[in-house]
Ligand binder design. Sequence first.
Ligand SMILES: Cc1cc2nc3c(=O)[nH]c(=O)nc-3n(C[C@H](O)[C@H](O)[C@H](O)COP(=O)(O)O)c2cc1C
Length: 201
Amino acid sequence: MAKIMIINGSPRAPKSNSKRYAELFAKACPAETEYFAVRKTNHLALCCAMQEVSDVLLVFPLYADGIPVTLMRFLDTLAQNTPQHPVRISVMINCGFLEPEQNDIAVKMLRLYCRQNGFASGSVLQIGSGEAILSTPFRILVRAKIKRLAAAMLAGQERTWKVTMPLSKGLFLKASTRYWVSYGKRNGVTKEQMATMQIEG
Ligand SMILES: Cc1cc2nc3c(=O)[nH]c(=O)nc-3n(C[C@H](O)[C@H](O)[C@H](O)COP(=O)(O)O)c2cc1C
């Protein structure tokens, strides 16, 4: 059975939700997997490791409706150092908002990248409420989809799934606002401060 290379493209890889999703994938996947996180200094090492596999799973968050810069920069290097043999790229993307469709554009960007650089497009799992869902009983829904993603990858299929918390937008907004306000409070930041640009300072 082929080995799958898992690449975490989150800018906060060691503490990321993407890492948790990658771990769930590794558990659910009957084939051997190897996990890597993108860092500024390991782009060429990742390209080298890709010479040994036929399947890659990119796990990353949605940032500003697109691909985080950490991953973009790696993809630039990869385009200059493509593997010598066919490689299929699958995607597991998670976003903070409830709707998994928020990830559609980023997935299209990846598909275009694959076409332009000679990679085959594999399967895709788009996760909405990605910051929250693993801490709720709805994590079972994610686990089920991750299992299907692993099976589709091993079968060489190009399939797409979406998963999110089965809540109304109003309820999700209320719950997430409560969560972030209390998170801010624990860190000495008010709701009003969070609503300003100075929060980045
Ligand atoms: C700078 C930044 C931009 C983000 N942009 C979006 C966005 O456009 N849409 C969205 O639904 N979530 C957005 N999010 C939320 C992340 O996608 C979400 O928190 C995700 O779980 C982070 O995954 P990670 O821990 O693997 O990095 C953004 C988060 C950050 C920090």
